[in-house]
Design a protein around this ligand. Structure first.
Ligand SMILES: [Zn+2]
Length: 433
């Protein structure tokens, strides 16, 4: 049985990889078929969706093609959080018999996602597929640094895709020692964790063979972290986007020209006015126990309209901005997201790390990590930075020893308390592969 499961997993991964180069017509057809079945299932079997759709006067029969997807009511995260397991899980399935993943919800209620065996396999396949897009081999040894450890699968006990886990709560020196000991081919961790690991490897002066693949997920991978990881660990990290509730579904290819969306497994919409980042709305096409249809993730992204030169036909997101709270609010209502600040701050080689805090409108507090020897840099950054901000914004620049790294919480480049009262603190995510 377990071997049969393993075989099915291999087959599903192969299918998913093939779909990266399907024609757009074929991709669309598969998406339409899958979402239609899922809609019917959710409407007839899941009380939460039945109520949501009835309230909105929507019936799945109205769905003709993907052009109609905008008519399907959006599932807000809060609504899902408030639903009891019996409401959110398909009838006939006992939630107590399901696997559960939880967003940590550092404030407020955590979101609990119930997964049946097939959903779990689907989540593994969609996460693994991304590794295989980057040449993962079953013999590769993976080091994964996480808050919670995933389970060891039967095939892994046989030596297939062997995996070592480190805890995010261990000191970075411990992760580095583990790297020395196990010589992983693949490293998977959140961007903040990778940053701390790379810094430690550099400080200790460790010379290690470069892993073939480094995957950064869970948090925004800043260009500074990318550069540090590339320098210290010898490999350009692959930025992967996903959420605990949906698995990983958008990822950089070898061209690093945006994020490919795994369109065979997820439908991703970005509701945006032209030129603006818009909210990411995602449908997971393989979750049947607790369906996720047009789920508002709370993150923002910008769509890329051209195809990637790598030859994959999957749609692209140009940039993922994280949450709206992770931006600086201006008096006129606009918000500035991290890429803008990177453009300005990215030109200083001495600048190791930065973070922006905003407590009030027109106040920006920039924290920077620079070496002791960098004389005059502080005032140079201050004047260059002030020059690109609207005149009414008061800037304060502070040199700090380090930007605190809090295990289990997302590393955020911008923390603004302005105009975000109705938004929640981002839940930290970790993904089991
Ligand atoms: Zn590509």
């Amino acid at each position: 049985m377990m071997l049969l499961d393993g075989w099915k997993t291999f087959r599903l991964i192969r299918q998913a990889l093939a779909s990266s180069r399907w024609s757009l017509v074929d991709l669309r057809q598969v998406q339409e078929e899958r979402i239609r079945m899922l809609l019917n299932h959710a409407y007839h079997n899941v009380p939460l969706y039945r109520r949501l759709y009835k309230e909105a006067g929507y019936h799945p029969e109205e769905f003709r093609s993907l052009d109609d997807i905008g008519e399907i009511p959006i599932l807000q995260k809060n609504r899902l959080k408030q639903a009891s397991p019996e409401e959110a899980v398909a009838q006939g399935i006992d939630p107590r018999q399901c696997g559960v993943v939880e967003t940590s919800g550092s404030t407020g209620t955590p979101l609990r996602i119930f997964l049946g065996a097939t959903d779990q396999q689907w989540q593994r396949v969609v996460a693994w597929r991304i590794l295989f897009e980057h040449g993962f081999r079953w013999t590769d040894r993976t080091l994964e640094i996480r808050m919670t450890f995933g389970r060891q699968f039967f095939v892994q006990r046989l030596g297939i895709a062997p995996k070592d886990w480190c805890s995010i709560l261990d000191p970075p020196e411990f992760w580095a020692q583990r790297m020395v000991k196990t010589r992983p081919d693949v490293i998977v961790a959140g961007a903040g964790t990778l940053h701390a690991l790379a810094e430690t490897v550099q400080t200790l002066g460790l010379k290690l063979p470069a892993p073939r693949l480094i995957v950064s997920d869970s948090e925004t991978l800043s260009p500074a972290t990318r550069q540090l990881v590339r320098g210290a660990l010898g490999r350009d990290p692959v930025d992967v986007y996903g959420l605990v509730e949906l698995s990983n579904f958008a990822w950089e290819c070898e061209r690093r020209s945006g994020f490919h969306v795994s369109a065979d497994s997820h439908i991703v919409e970005v509701a945006a006015d032209s030129g603006e980042p818009g909210p990411i709305i995602t449908t997971a096409l393989g979750m049947w126990t607790m369906p996720m249809i047009r789920y508002e993730t709370g993150d923002l992204a910008e769509v890329e309209t051209t195809l990637c030169p790598c030859g994959r036909t999957l749609p692209l997101l140009r940039r993922i901005y994280g949450r709206r709270v992770d931006s600086v609010a201006l008096q006129d209502g606009r918000r500035i997201f991290w890429p803008f600040f990177h453009e300005v701050l990215g030109r200083y080689d001495e600048l190791r790390q930065w973070r922006i805090l905003q407590d009030e409108i027109n106040e920006v507090h920039l924290q920077i990590v620079v070496p002791n020897s960098a004389h005059g840099l502080l005032s140079k950054i201050e004047s260059d930075f002030q020059a690109v901000l609207p005149g009414e914004v008061h800037l304060r620049v502070e040199r700090v020893e380090a930007i605190p790294f809090s295990p289990g919480e997302k590393t955020r480049m911008i923390i603004s308390k302005v105009g975000t009262a109705n938004e929640q603190h981002p839940d930290s995510v970790g993904q089991e592969h």
